[in-house]
Structure formats: structure tokens, C-alpha cells
Ligand binder design. Sequence first.
Ligand code: PHE
Length: 386
Amino acid sequence: NADNYITVLGDKYPKDSKTNITSAIMDKLERKLHLQPSHPIGILRSMIETHYPGFTALSNFSPVVTPAMNFDDLSFPLDHPGRSLTDSYYINSDHMLRTHTSAHEVETFAKGIRQWLLTADVYRRDEIDGSHYPVFHQMEGARIFHDNPNGIKDLEEDNARLSAHLAKSNIVIEDVPHVTSTNPAQVSHNPKHAELVALNLKLSLNSLILDLFGGRAGAGEGEPLRVRWIEAYFPFTSPSYEVEVFFGGKWLEILGCGVVLQSTLDKANVPNSIGWAFGLGLERIAMILYSIPDIRLFWSQDPRFSSQFTPGQINTFKPFSRYPACYKDVSFWLPDKALHENDFCDLVRDAAGDFAEDVKLVDAFTHPKTGRSSQCFRINYRSMDR
Ligand code: PHE
């Protein structure tokens, strides 16, 4: 029976109780915006690749991965919320759409590649609004050093080179200590080497951020570029950080990163090495740099969008006629089994596609006698281009 199977990118998978991928999502799998040379996501990818000469650029990995690649190999605990059906798209129990580019860390390190950039579309179930979309793009960057006197010498030389470059640039960095009791180095690491790797990570990213954002109007006329480092937590790095950039009068989070967990490198069979990884959100950065007001625009095939961009260039996007918002409220009794807001949002996306700009829960009611509950959602329909 054809209904018992689902075909994803040409491969047939048996459906099971975990299958929750929708047809609106299936339509996105072939688009590969990051490979289009004149699309803002593709332009940004090649600008970042140019910033890191000597790094291997990878951008053709299938979005279909195993939960082992996406979670287990990266030490996600079994009860991590990211694994749930309400947060991730499953093809079946054994296959899912990657939720982050980190899903390819082990296989890439296992190929013997020691410094690389990997760009890909990633998938997460989410609410609907102007800055959230269930498909977006990430770039993972990683670099490992030999944990021996020669490797550490390379590391120290690279740190000196990057520090000298940043010292003569118009950038102000709010830093955090590399290592603290709440953001520790790994027990298997020489603490001095871990600090040098964390410093290299910070210098490498500060210099990328300077390259991308420095001297642009949103950073403040004649003002230095401001970058802020924050202690963070990820299951697969320690210490870990998040980075924010001050742009357009606001602090904006653009990436997560850290020193790669030794167990990840062990899985990849790379001995005697120590290094870092980062994952940056390309839509987030492109929306800031190009002043693109709505995340749905990246998926527009209207020439009034696509004709505005040129490879190697960052220009301010000129919005074309915006149509009026059209609000419709829908209310219904809830099923006995609870309804997750992400399930409702996927239903809306499947029916309305990109016409749905925003979905908000505006009212909830429980009948005093019967105990039944209802909810009311306000859907804002607005076409981007017609
Ligand atoms: N994969 C993480 C995310 O999507 C980001 C990250 C990448 C963090 C690499 C640390 C190291 O949030």
C-alpha cells in the first residue's frame, strides 16, 4: 500500500508512528537556497567561505539524517526536548530532517578534514511569525589542532596573527572568561591548551564578524562595531558561548559555538586533537545585513525580490508593495488529547503556505459545567507579492 511509504528526495521510507513531515516541508527540500549564487543566503555563504581561506567548503549534504547523527553522537541526553515530535520533523523512527548542521560533525571529522565550513538547510517545528520559519540555513565551521608541541605552536601563531589584526580595527568586544566553574574546560584537556583553543575560536569569529558587519551603517556612523560574548550551554561543546552583535540599535544573537567535546572527536576517530566549532544562522545575519524585514521573503520567487542581489555584494533591500494584513480568527474545541501549538502551526502552513504571516493564540476558554476547553487563534494572512 503506497500510503504506508513516504518518498523523500527520491528515497522510499516506511511510515511509522513518528512520521510527522508535512507536504509544505517536503516542497522545501529541493530548493537549496544556499547554492544559489545571487540569493542573499548563497551570497553570504560564499562571503564567509572567502573569509576562511584554507577551510574546506562543503554544501551538498542530504538533510535526511539519523537521530544518532543529529543527537546521540553529539551527547544529547535522551530526554532533550529537541528530540520530541513537537520540535523536530521525523520521516520515521530511524530518519529525520537535521535540526542543525552539527549533525554532520562526526562524519566530516571522520573524513580527516581538520578545518571546514558546512552550509545546509535545517528544519525545526516552530511557531509562525516574521522571524521564524520551519526551514532555515546554518553554516557550521570547525577547526582542530594537533594536541602536540607543533600543533600548539600553530595555535599560538594563529592567535598572535588574529590579535594583531583585531588590535588595529574599529571593534569593541565585551568578553567573558574563556573558562569558568559554570563553563568548564573538559577534564581530558590540558587547561592551557583548552584556553588557547577558546581564544582562537573567539579571535576567528571576531574577525569574521568585523569583516561582515564592520563599517556598515547599522553598526552606527563612525562608531566602533560592538560584539558581545556570553557564556552558553550546548550538549556537544565545553566551554560554550553565544555571540551577539549590536546592529540597528539592538543586540542580536547570531551564533553558538564552543570547544568540541572530546567524545565527538573520539567517535570520528581523530586522536590527539583539540578544536572548536561554531554554528551560525544565515537568515538571521542576512536579515540584519540586507534589511530584509520578513523571513518568508527568502523563499519568494518573485523577480522583485531575486533581482535585487548581486554576488559578493551587500546592499539594502527595497521592500516592494506590501499588501494589507487580513486577520481571521478561528476557534475550536480542543481534542481530549492536548493540542501542541506547533501542530496547529504546521496545519496552518500546510493549508495556507506562505500567506500565513503570523499565528497567535488570542483566547482560551474552559466551559464551567462540561470542563471542555476551546482556543481561539488569530491568523494574519498577507501575501508577500500579490
Ligand atoms: N548547533 C548549535 C545550534 O544550532 C550551534 C552550535 C554549533 C553550537 C557548534 C556549538 C558548536 O544551536
